[in-house]
Design a protein around this ligand. Structure first.
Ligand code: NDP
Length: 240
């Protein structure tokens, strides 16, 4: 297809699966990451996909990073805002830094990447932005007021930006994954995870590739009539 795509946090977990899925549909993919150089190197060695390091929560770094990709690879047609972190804790124990850092990276990252790429997509009359939200942004989650608020914000951001892109051929959608077997979920204590799996109607965690296939559809030519939507991929855990 010849499109150029950036996947933030694209070197491991769900992001790695998305990078590979977009590459396999013929796109030239660049995977952004935050700081884990070893994982990024292993990823590039394994997949042949270039990895670019910057903090998506840093506005200027995102503008500079995307400008570098555009200069070295070409104009950016597709952005998957996948980078995300957790800083969990009940409200009494959550620091202002824990709140700010999650908002800065998970929600601010979407704004920064859109600022860097949306205008070019509009000018060229074609673009795809997919934002990775979360079941916990839809349903809330104990101990995650920061994460749930940021992810919920992503769903509003998606619908607003979709309206700005629609008549220029730029679609903006979100995917809300349920619990997926990545490093992020590996950090959840086993006893808590058992209780979570018990609430998933299909009876298992999801796989990163199952999220990637949804992203690939939304980024395809066939996805052109889908905009402002949130695709829930969660094994039936939360339905609305
Ligand atoms: P991982 O923790 O496995 O990977 C996170 C990726 O994001 C890494 O590549 C990391 O880079 C990158 N990253 C983190 N902070 C930044 C930053 N400031 N700038 C650039 N890159 C950054 O996460 P998952 O694969 O589990 O999750 C991916 C997305 O899916 C996240 O948005 C998450 O919230 C969401 N999600 C995940 C679910 C799950 O069950 N796993 C469920 C619902 C949503 P580095 O390697 O350098 O640290």
């Amino acid at each position: 297809m010849g499109r150029i795509a950036i996947v933030t946090g694209g070197t491991r977990g769900i992001g790695e699966a998305i990078s590979i899925a977009l590459r396999d549909m013929g796109m030239t993919v660049v995977a952004n990451y935050a700081g884990n150089d070893q994982k990024a190197k292993e990823f590039t060695d394994r997949t042949g996909i270039a990895a670019y390091k910057w903090d998506v929560g840093d506005h200027q770094a995102s503008l500079d990073g995307c400008a570098r990709v555009a200069a070295e690879v070409g104009p950016i047609d597709v952005v998957v805002n996948n980078a995300g972190i957790t800083r969990d804790g009940v409200l009494q124990k959550m620091s202002f830094d824990d709140w700010n850092e999650v908002m800065r990276i998970n929600l601010g990252g979407c704004f920064n990447m859109a600022k860097a790429t949306f205008a070019g997509m509009r000018e060229r009359g074609w673009g795809r932005i997919v934002n990775i939200g979360s079941i916990n942004g839809q349903a809330g989650q104990y101990g995650q007021v920061n994460y749930a608020a940021a992810k919920s914000g992503i769903h509003g951001f998606t619908k607003a930006l979709a309206q700005e892109g629609a008549k220029y051929g730029v679609t903006v959608n979100a995917i809300a994954p349920g619990y997926i077997d990545t490093d992020m979920v590996a950090a959840v204590p086993a006893t808590v995870l058992e209780k979570i799996v018990a609430k998933i109607p299909v009876g298992r965690l999801g796989h990163a590739e199952e999220i990637a296939r949804g992203v690939a559809f939304l980024c395809s030519e066939d996805g052109g009539f889908v905009t402002g939507s949130t695709m829930s991929i969660n094994g039936g855990q939360h339905m609305y």
